[in-house]
Write a new protein. Structure first.
Length: 326
């Protein structure tokens, strides 16, 4: 039997991704913690104001360096949201910064800022000048505390914006409410469910129900508490509930064409049994920690043997999915 991790992890040698292009990341996807840290923005015009509106959603300590400020930034300064340095730029102004945004549109200043940032190992973003950037800002779908970002590696920013606009209709505004409820209940759930697998089972079930609800914005902490009580009966120990098994027929050559219901099952399965004619990008929907079992290379004596194997996994609390090509 051939076991391997989900196709996102190439290091494990998954045969399902052999035909995928070896496209390297130009920029590593990550979120940078800026809470309580200094962030510098050079420039006092409308472009700088756009960056500042986003930065002020964070808890960064923001310093703007510019001889003059546009009306928007002037109001930010008057309201105590930013620190303003009106003096001409000198290298030491960025000392201690976590990152620097250059929105000055001044090539001569950019050269000086880039050199100063490089000497201090500070991340630099020069607006609309990708060649000078250590990092780029993706298109953002804001459902804070949920943030969905889209990047084309600075190759096609307009495409990233279009994709974000389309996703606006896919991900409901209620994501924010659901995520805040989950954030506030993390410690409570951890107290009731001491092992990681049972917590994973609970959160998966809760989020699936919450996102299917017709009035998800009305979900409250009481609803989560009710789900927790029904998941772990009052007075019982936090044991892992039995998992579920499901067999699905796939009549598609790519992930884009499969029904949303099938995609959801692939995304939430712990173990996926599949034939070798299931498209690699469909398998790529699986979680990074999911285990894939290639049935073509497996040695099962009969369907009964496979059934026993699946039953064994479900008894361990795992959700098992079998994908077959129609």
């Amino acid at each position: 039997m051939t076991y391997y991790r989900a196709p996102q992890n190439k290091a494990l040698g998954s045969p399902a991704i052999a035909d995928q292009p070896d496209e390297k990341f130009a920029y590593f996807p990550a979120f940078v913690k800026v809470q309580g840290k200094k962030v510098v923005v050079l420039g006092g015009g409308d472009v700088a104001a756009g960056k500042l509106r986003l930065l002020m959603r964070s808890h960064a300590d923001i310093t703007v360096i510019a001889p003059e400020l546009c009306d928007d930034i002037a109001r930010m300064h008057a309201n105590g949201k930013i620190t303003w340095e009106s003096s001409p730029f000198v290298d030491t102004m960025i000392n201690g910064a976590a990152m620097v945004f250059d929105a000055s549109d001044n090539p001569h200043l950019t050269i000086r800022v880039e050199a100063a940032a490089k000497r201090r190992n500070i991340l630099l973003n020069v607006v609309d000048k990708t060649a000078h950037c250590d990092f780029i800002v993706p298109a953002i779908l804001d459902r804070a505390p949920v943030m969905i970002t889209i990047s084309t590696g600075a190759c096609a920013p307009a495409l990233a914006r279009i994709l974000r606009q389309r996703l606006e209709t896919v991900f409901p505004a209620t994501l924010s409410n659901i995520a805040k409820i989950a954030r506030d209940a993390r410690e409570t759930v951890a107290t009731h469910l001491s092992d990681g697998l049972s917590r994973q089972r609970f959160w998966t079930r809760f989020f699936q129900k919450a996102l299917r609800a017709d009035s998800a914005e009305k979900i409250t902490q009481d609803d989560l508490s009710h789900e927790l009580r029904s998941f772990v009966p009052q007075g019982s120990s936090a044991t892992v509930p039995s998992g579920q098994s499901l067999r699905l027929d796939v009549d598609a050559n790519n992930a884009y064409d499969i029904p949303h219901g099938i995609a959801r099952h692939v995304e939430t399965a712990d173990i996926i049994f599949h034939n070798d004619d299931i498209a690699p990008d469909i398998l790529a929907l699986a979680r990074r920690d999911a285990t894939l079992v290639d049935l073509t290379a497996a040695t099962f004596d009969s369907e009964e043997t496979l059934g026993k194997q699946i039953q064994f996994f479900t008894q361990q609390g795992m959700n098992v999915l079998q994908l077959c090509r129609t």
